[in-house]
Every structure is written in C-alpha cells, then in structure tokens.
Design a protein around this ligand. Structure first.
Ligand SMILES: O=C(O)CCC(=O)C(=O)O
Length: 258
C-alpha cells in the first residue's frame, strides 16, 4: 500500500513540532490559512491590482521548472498582464512565475501570515507562485524547510523520503544540480534508471486552502491540475547554515542563477 501523509486540522505549534518538525515528516495542514485575506486572490484580482507591473517568469522546459546545467534558471521580463495572458492561453505552459514579495508586491505581505510553526528560524524567503494548468517541477529537494500554501487551484504533489535518493538518480554533485533527480516522473525511463522501480512515491492532492509542510531533504514534485496560485515559505534554522552556505558558494562559483 502506498504511504500517505497525515492531514491535520490546525495543529498547535507544540503538536506540530512534536509530530512533524522533529520527526521530519511531511503533513497537510488544513485550515491553516483560513484567516488569510489572500484567500480572495485570483488571476483576475492579481491582474486588476498589479497587471502593469514588471515580473520575470521562469522559462519552463516541456512544462517543467528545471535548472539548466549550463544556464541555471532562465527568466524573461514582461508585464504581469502579459504573463497572465500567456498562461491563460491553451497549450503546454512555457512560463512559471516565482515572485518574491518585495517592491510593489510587498503590499501582498499583509494579506498572508508567516506560519506559527517556524520555530527558531533564522531566515525566511516568501514567494508567490502563479502558474498555468500543467505546470510542474522536476523532482528535487531544497536546502531549507518549506511550507506551501495553496490559494487557488488543485495540485498533485509527489513526495519521496530522503532515503529514496539513490532510486531517483540525482545529478552528480559537480553539476551543481545535485538536488534534482535525473529520472522524470511523467516518463520514467526504467532502462536508464532501473532503481526508480524501487522508489516509494507518496502522492497527494493539495487543495485550495491547504498548506503542505515539506521538511528539508524531502524530494518533491508539484503539478498544477488547474491554474494555480500559491505562496511558499522557505525557512532555515541554524542547523541548515553549513549546507546552505556550501550550496550558495557552489552556485556562485558555477555562475548558476537560481
Ligand atoms: O509552489 C511551487 O510551485 C513551489 C514549490 C516549491 O517550493 C518547490 O518546488 O520547491
């Protein structure tokens, strides 16, 4: 039977810490963003408020957010209005918007709230993610903990525990893409990557209004089943500093844009 993750209704910070943070187990936190004014965001509402502002969406590879080994992440500036027109158009998505909430978009910060669970955090990066149906990420893990709050649209999420790494065929460390899997979930090549047959994916659907807790080191892939708006919080504790610093140095030396 496929493993699953718990779905819990607004745990107290103490219960979250005991059951999920310390055990590094992912979970869906239901009800956690019910009080956010951001629950009213939609593509139309964002366009009405910010359509004339410049954004720099990421260029996708076959609908996937992928860090190119030579180029890093490729972006192109355009007006938010034009980006939204592109993602509303039929066909495979070519762009994905990852928008730090600063500059003119800092106004959106008062409509969300930092999760009360980020105990002892020393860093926080908050992004808005807006994507078309079909937008997906490569299987990867992050150097930080992560909360992903789904505001609009459903997404299919696939998780793999850290000890599944050998079955996912990460890129070699020297490629600077070591936290991405070479195997593609949607077209897994079992001849090239036979151990993927032994991987233990956990699949779930993240609905609007839910927040997913992804502990550091858990492999994940998001796929939008509908046009999607989400906010995520990458956060670190002092324990993460050496790994974060090492990653930053490697990316900088390799001139990889992340
Ligand atoms: O909402 C998203 O697509 C971003 C999810 C995320 O944080 C990640 O894939 O690392």
């Amino acid at each position: 039977m496929m493993a699953s993750v718990d779905s819990v209704w607004c745990p107290t910070p103490g219960a979250f810490r005991r059951d999920y943070l310390e055990r590094e187990r992912p979970a869906i936190l239901a009800g956690a963003i019910d009080a956010w004014p951001a629950r009213r965001w939609s593509l139309d509402a964002l366009e009405a408020r910010f359509g004339e502002h410049l954004v720099t969406p990421v260029k996708l590879r076959e609908g996937h957010f992928h860090i190119d080994l030579d180029e890093g992440v490729c972006t192109e500036p355009m007006l938010l209005r034009d980006y939204l027109a592109r993602i509303r158009a039929p066909g495979a998505p070519a762009w994905y918007l990852r928008l730090p909430l600063d500059g003119p978009f800092a106004a959106l910060r008062s409509e969300i709230a930092e999760p009360p669970y980020c105990r002892g955090r020393i860093a926080m990066k908050t992004n808005l993610w807006v994507g078309a149906r079909g937008t997906a990420s490569d299987i990867h893990y992050d150097m930080t903990h992560n909360f992903v709050a789904q505001i609009e649209g459903r997404r299919r999420v696939t998780l793999f525990a850290p000890d599944d790494a050998p079955n996912l065929y990460p890129y070699p460390r020297r490629t600077l893409n070591w936290h991405h899997a070479r195997v593609r979930l949607e077209q897994a090549d079992l001849h090239a990557y036979p151990r993927f047959a032994d991987a233990r994916p956990i699949e779930l659907e993240l609905a609007a209004g839910e927040m997913l807790w992804v502990p550091r080191g858990w492999w994940h892939r998001f796929e939008a089943l509908e046009p999607s708006i989400a906010v995520n919080f990458f956060w670190a504790t002092p324990r993460h500093v050496p790994a974060l610093a090492a990653a930053r140095v490697l990316w900088t030396l390799g001139q990889v844009r992340t």
